[in-house]
Ligand binder design. Structure first.
Ligand SMILES: C[S@@+](CC[C@H](N)C(=O)[O-])C[C@H]1O[C@@H](n2cnc3c(N)ncnc32)[C@H](O)[C@@H]1O
Length: 225
């Protein structure tokens, strides 16, 4: 248990969101119930639950800017991918802050050329690796790294973010994206707390919001456009 990180996270949330929002978050955390984990029953995996970062082993100065682990629902991710209307055989799917890897398993079934998860919490990387081994998906990898340091591959990409970090890290990610020789880029952002940064990036344009996944907003872009 990392009490220093817990304290830093509380102070950061106080500063950025104010006292009432911080209290609401603490109360929600204390009163939480485990959601139905249908995905795990069907796939015999372990992707459920809520994992606060202060309980995990993270060696990164960006831990204080990170959000706890909670998985995206299979149906909403499938709805967002469907909404893009693309043939994914020439696309790489990347989830920055992939946690236990549920999105990677969902994306692997959609025929992406490559699927990459990036996660900085050691325990979550281990669980994701075990989950993926059960799925036997050869084109999927999990990288134990900080999203801020991730060097994006060239070509077509679907980048997925489920509100993994605050603007301090997102700014670095946007700058890394801008420096990449991308062809087509879709950025799917669930619970898009820092949407204004993407709107202000200059190379990303709003693409839409899937009616079947209303918590997700999608941008489209090319690094050099
Ligand atoms: C809300 S969860 C999303 C999990 C997964 N993307 C999904 O949708 O099922 C956010 C995840 O981002 C990870 N994370 C936060 N900041 C990170 C960073 N700077 N680098 C890598 N992972 C990070 C957390 O450890 C957590 O697992």
């Amino acid at each position: 248990m990392n009490l220093q990180l817990l304290t830093s996270k509380l102070i950061h949330t106080f500063r950025t969101e104010g006292v009432p929002a911080t209290c609401r978050r603490v109360i929600a955390h204390l009163g939480r119930k485990r959601p139905e984990e249908d995905f795990d029953r069907r796939h015999r995996t372990d992707t459920g639950g809520l994992e606060p970062l202060w309980k995990l082993s993270i060696r990164s100065p960006n831990a204080v800017f990170g959000e706890r682990y909670q998985a995206t629902g299979e149906e909403e991710l499938l709805a967002a991918l469907e909404f893009l209307g693309e043939d994914f055989r020439n696309f790489t799917f990347i989830d920055l802050g992939c946690g236990k890897g549920r999105t990677l398993m969902v994306a692997a079934k959609k025929g992406f050329r490559r699927v990459i998860g990036v996660e900085f919490a050691e325990e979550l990387v281990e669980i994701a690796t075990r989950n993926l081994a059960r799925h036997q998906a050869p084109n999927v990898i999990v990288s134990h790294a900080d999203a801020a340091d991730f060097v994006f591959p060239e070509g077509n990409m679907v980048l997925y973010l489920y509100n993994p970090f605050s603007e301090e890290v997102l700014r670095k990610v946007i700058s890394n994206l801008r420096a990449t020789a991308l062809n087509k880029l879709y950025l799917i952002y669930k619970t898009p707390r820092c949407a204004d940064l993407l709107d202000a990036s200059g190379f990303l344009k709003r693409f839409g919001q899937p009616p079947a996944a209303p918590q997700m907003a999608i941008w489209m872009g090319r690094a050099e456009s």
